[in-house]
Design a protein around this ligand. Structure first.
Ligand code: DP6
Length: 336
């Protein structure tokens, strides 16, 4: 009962921010539909993915989870157990487990490491337990660990329906990685752990008077961006993604207490992107998750130029080119 999986992180294009807690806060049912691109990084040692091996055995006396050589406890272990307990219930067994996991990129730095992590855990655990689940069903279990992980099960461009129950809050693929030609360049500003967890951020979302409006608008924009992807309309796609990002950050900045994920350098990168677009008439757009790092979206033919421009900004630690990834997958390469 041992299996391994590799899962990719994703960048949200229509953001998930805030949970709908009417059924249960444990379920991570979001307030609005969201859309993302699953990403594969082209940097020497960084593909922005998580590799996880898990084994269940009746001989194990306790659960053990290790991420990047660190034993996980507290909230981290709780999130893992939410997925594992739900899958074990389905299989009707109660064995303990051992899990070893490696992220090839910084953990909890606003680069969606938990999305990749919980997607890899779900895929590996479902296989180890010999559960025959569809991609959509897998996404519901990944969601229990971290909402955005629901989207990382699929490759390419992904739509997560908010739903109103465990079963109806799932993610499905809009189109595969080769059906819409987009690159993203991540301008890395800070790879350190973020100050405020997304958990707390989700709780604070509704303290902003703008959140109701953001939720309403996000539903519309999720439909619109899906259409733009299927119509291969990059300009519309980027315009909507950038706009939706600003809605989420406006909500963050007007929460009580206010959350500021940006650093001064974040704003400098935003201005650079706007400048490249206006002055050079080049289609590029920015989006930012819960951290200071900026993703710049562009067509592949403009990538090299834009990457050079971003790398020149003083203070940018590095840039990472990312392209749409394939589905996350199981592998026979076990970590123990
Ligand atoms: C801003 O609760 O999925 O990235 O568990 O910290 O990875 P972590 O986050 P999660 O919230 C993600 C928030 C977001 C927007 C998004 O991915 O839609």
């Amino acid at each position: 009962m041992k299996s391994s999986a590799i899962a990719h992180s994703n960048i949200a294009l229509i953001k998930y921010w805030g949970n709908w807690n009417k059924v249960s806060p444990e379920l991570n049912i979001p307030l609005n539909d969201s859309v993302s691109m699953t990403k594969y990084g082209f940097s020497q040692n960084t593909h922005l993915q998580t590799h996880t091996t898990i084994e269940f055995s009746e001989d194990f006396k306790e659960n053990k989870a290790i991420l990047n050589d660190n034993l996980l406890k507290g909230r981290d272990m709780e999130r893992i157990l939410k997925i594992i307990n739900a899958l074990k219930k389905l299989k009707k067994i109660d064995y303990k487990f051992k899990m070893i996991s490696f992220n090839d990129f910084p953990t909890q730095a606003g680069l969606a490491s938990s999305a990749a992590g919980f997607a890899a855990l779900t895929i590996a655990a479902a296989k180890a337990l010999n559960l025959d689940l569809s991609q959509e069903e897998l996404s519901t279990f990944a969601r229990l660990g971290s909402g955005s992980a629901a989207r990382s099960i699929h490759g390419g461009f992904v739509y997560w329906y908010r739903g109103t129950s465990h079963e109806t809050s799932y993610a499905e693929q809009i189109c595969g990685p080769n059906n819409f030609d987009v690159n993203a360049i991540i301008a890395i500003i800070d790879e350190g752990k973020k100050d405020v967890s997304s958990d707390l951020g989700h709780e604070l979302a509704n303290t902003s008077i703008f959140n109701t409006l953001r939720v309403k608008k996000s539903h519309e924009q999720a439909d619109e961006i899906k259409a733009a992807i299927l119509d291969d309309d990059f300009n519309k796609f980027g315009t909507i993604a950038e706009n939706n990002c600003m809605f989420m950050h406006s909500v963050m900045m007007t929460s009580e207490p206010a959350l500021f994920y940006w650093s001064p350098l974040t704003l400098r990168v935003i201005k650079k992107v706007l400048n490249i677009r206006k002055a050079e008439n080049l289609d590029c757009f920015f989006t930012i998750d819960a951290g200071p790092n900026v993703h710049c979206l562009c067509r592949p033919e403009n990538t090299e130029y834009i990457q050079n421009m971003l790398a020149k900004i003083e203070g940018i630690e590095k840039t990472i080119l990312v392209k749409p990834a394939n589905d996350s997958y199981t592998t026979n390469e076990h970590l123990f």
